[in-house]
Design a protein around this ligand. Structure first.
Ligand SMILES: C[S@@+](CC[C@H](N)C(=O)[O-])C[C@H]1O[C@@H](n2cnc3c(N)ncnc32)[C@H](O)[C@@H]1O
Ligand code: SF4
Length: 335
């Protein structure tokens, strides 16, 4: 199996403690630098970055020794190489790249919710904003936002609850940043029509993914703690209007499957169809740091084969197998 992935040549991820990654999500290698301590420009073409690019170009994956991702077929080959940029990189074995084409900003952990899969309290530390401000300033100084094609606002917090990212959204205008398109991952609760209209960058936002995890008010408010279901549905209806008017291209809805919600998968598909979502995605619950208490994750993770409700979960999955939904890793549980 020949391995190749394009990410180290075109994308940069900026994490909340300054960690900078140009590798696949889930890679076990340490970040290639820290944006709280070093200049992002030097990190992007640092020795570690060049080594990683070289290993991909040579196909020997020497620096990936401890990474189990390369054993996983999903990661063996990813990204589009049929474009002039990647063809030039491959032909000339380029390890120094002028600027990233995609910048993922996940540097603010601030959130207005405390979902039961992600955190246990609604507590936004001052340090979240302080770090986010420094990393964002470092990013602005690179000048990359004028050259990149995609800005992906995602990460471990909520974009619209972040004062820092809101400031960036007010700085970005289509006139000054004509090459840049914005992709947003959000819980959707703060994205009202009024909020949308106040955004200077609104015409640059073409792709929105909203995480929901439920189809009823009761379950939604139990999981997405701090959220209000009626407000969310009203915001989704507004986003659907934006899509119908052609202002945004993609409206995706996501659902992280757990014990509390797996019986609502069918209803979620119906909700998505009513809303006019481009795509609905079911995702596997991951054992994030939040699950400190022993056995807490195992109690919630119905996709685990030894979970007492696993068979019922498989039955639910099979009820929606003919719908146009995307199951991520849950694909394997379908008949
Ligand atoms: C951490 S959130 C950040 C963006 C935004 N606040 C949101 O909720 O969409 C990114 C994604 O992670 C998902 N998520 C939360 N906890 C998770 C877990 N334990 N395992 C897998 N995905 C999780 C959320 O549902 C969301 O789709
Ligand atoms: S999943 Fe998203 S909305 Fe929920 S607590 Fe985490 S960052 Fe906030």
């Amino acid at each position: 199996m020949a391995y190749f992935f394009t990410k180290p040549f075109e994308k940069i991820d900026l994490g909340p403690s300054g960690g900078v990654s140009i590798c696949q999500p889930g890679c076990v290698r340490k970040p290639i630098g820290n944006a709280l301590k070093e200049n992002l420009r030097s990190i992007w073409n640092s020795k570690a970055a060049q080594e990683l690019r070289k290993t991909v170009l040579d196909g020997n994956f020497k620096v990936c020794e401890n990474c189990n991702l390369k054993e996983n077929e999903e990661f063996c080959f990813s990204g589009d190489i049929d474009n002039a940029f990647m063809q030039d990189v491959i032909k000339n074995k380029k390890t120094i790249i002028q600027n990233p084409r995609t910048i993922k900003i996940g540097y603010d952990r601030t959130c207005n919710l405390f979902c039961n899969t992600c955190r246990d309290e609604l507590k936004n530390k001052k340090e979240y904003t302080e770090n986010a401000e420094k990393i964002q300033e470092n990013l602005i100084q690179t000048g990359w936002l004028k050259k990149a094609e995609w800005l992906v606002a995602s990460g471990q917090g909520e974009v619209f609850a972040s004062p820092t990212i809101n400031k960036l959204f007010q700085m970005l205008t289509p006139e000054e940043y004509p090459n840049l398109t914005i992709k947003i991952f959000t819980n959707g609760t703060l994205l009202t029509e009024q909020k949308w209209n106040s955004l200077n960058c609104k015409d640059m936002i073409k792709w929105i993914r909203v995480s929901i995890d439920a189809a009823t008010k009761e379950t939604y408010e139990k999981i997405r703690r701090g959220g209000n279901f009626e407000q969310l549905v009203s915001n989704l209806e507004f986003l659907d209007r934006l899509k119908k008017e052609g202002k945004i291209k993609n409206l995706e809805l996501t659902f992280v499957v757990q014990k509390e919600n797996y019986k609502e998968m069918t209803n979620f598909v119906e909700l998505g169809e009513e809303i006019g979502a481009t795509r609905m995605q079911f995702m596997q619950l991951k054992k994030w740091n939040k699950f400190e208490e022993e056995g807490e994750y195992e109690k919630m993770a119905v996709h685990l084969e030894n979970h007492p409700e696993h068979e019922k979960f498989v039955e639910e999955i099979n009820k929606i197998k003919n719908n146009k939904v995307f199951y991520e890793l849950l694909e394997k549980f379908r008949d």
